[in-house]
Design a protein around this ligand. Structure first.
Ligand code: NDP
Length: 287
């Protein structure tokens, strides 16, 4: 039976550490604050927002929701984003995406100041991540993967890591973070030839394809560590969700595996808070 790399232990440890950092900031009269920019009221956004608010509260951080109507005009929204960016009480900004189609996504993202861009919406932040400049925050999900690997003392130096997925939100930035730790990284995608064999060659396999249960027993071998980033509707259990890994088929074979739910996904909101606390410390020249 594989060791289950649960997110809860990671979250508990991070909360304890961040609560202390927030206390230190508060003693200096500073309360780190997350600004949440939401256009409209999509259920997914509201669900994530609820989790983010609770997590902020749990470590003593502040938050403020900046809510706009779904039909807000481009110009008005640009001004709103600039205003939130200029608000000195806001240290980190989370903006829900995708934005409604009538809004010019790239332009809006570029208005989020890099020093407050705690989920890597602005391409300039991504550039910093790719250049190993620590003043640019990677997106929260790749950071959550790294935090899970670190918490469970999984060595990366010299390891063969295979990543399935090359999006700008998960796959590509995660590859950069793994390279920083000296892993040897293979990035796979829909045109990868003989994907199961490539995956089975990994020491650490990370699935971020967004395809329910696609990683079955033919993709894995004994001794592997499997990190499942996927969050998909479970085709076999309506109303529930599952990862990209067929857990029942893969878990008996591999050495360690993250569950879904309760794995990487459960760590992303605390990463959002971690980035906001870091941003606050940097904005006050405290790190
Ligand atoms: P995207 O759809 O943007 O990207 C998916 C990537 O996987 C693409 O690079 C695609 O290849 C590749 N891919 C898709 N199907 C296959 C296949 N059959 N074989 C090989 N490669 C494949 O998804 P995201 O990166 O945004 O998200 C990935 C997963 O992570 C999703 O399940 C999502 O829900 C989850 N996620 C979880 C988050 C969290 O924990 N909070 C946050 C963000 C995402 P190609 O480029 O060739 O199309």
């Amino acid at each position: 039976m594989a060791e289950s790399l649960k997110g809860k232990a990671v979250v508990d440890a991070m909360k304890a550490e961040l609560s202390q950092r927030v206390e230190i900031l508060k003693a200096k009269g500073i309360t780190p604050k997350l600004g949440i920019i939401r256009v409209g009221a999509r259920p997914d956004d509201l669900f994530y927002e609820g989790g983010a608010k609770k997590t902020c509260e749990s470590i003593g951080m502040a938050y403020e929701v900046f809510e706009y109507p779904a039909d807000i005009a481009q110009e008005a929204f640009e001004k709103a984003v600039l205003d939130v960016g200029a608000d000195k009480t806001v240290n980190g900004i989370l903006m829900f995406a995708p934005l409604p189609k009538h809004l010019e996504d790239k332009k809006i993202r570029s208005l989020i100041p890099v020093e407050k861009d705690v989920d890597c919406m602005n391409l300039s932040s991504a550039g910093k991540v790719f250049a190993d400049e620590l003043t640019g925050f990677p997106p929260c999900t790749p950071t959550a993967c790294m935090d899970v690997l670190k918490f469970y003392d999984i060595p990366l130096k010299g390891k063969q890591v295979v990543l399935v997925g090359r999006s700008l939100v998960v796959g590509k930035p995660l590859a950069m973070l793994l390279l920083r730790e000296h892993a040897t990284v293979t990035i796979c995608h829909t045109r990868t030839v003989n994907l199961p064999a490539v995956c089975a060659g990994a020491e650490i396999l990370i699935a971020a394809a967004g395809k329910a249960k696609m990683i079955d027993s033919s993709y894995v071998k004994p001794g592997q560590i499997v990190i499942d980033v996927g969050i998909n509707e479970d085709p076999d259990n309506p109303g529930k969700y599952c990862g990209d890994v067929d857990f029942a088929a893969v878990e008996p074979i591999v050495d360690k595996i993250t569950p879904v739910p309760g794995g990487v996904g459960s760590v992303t909101t605390i990463v959002l808070c971690k980035h906001t606390v870091m941003a606050c410390e940097m904005q006050h020249n405290l790190r």
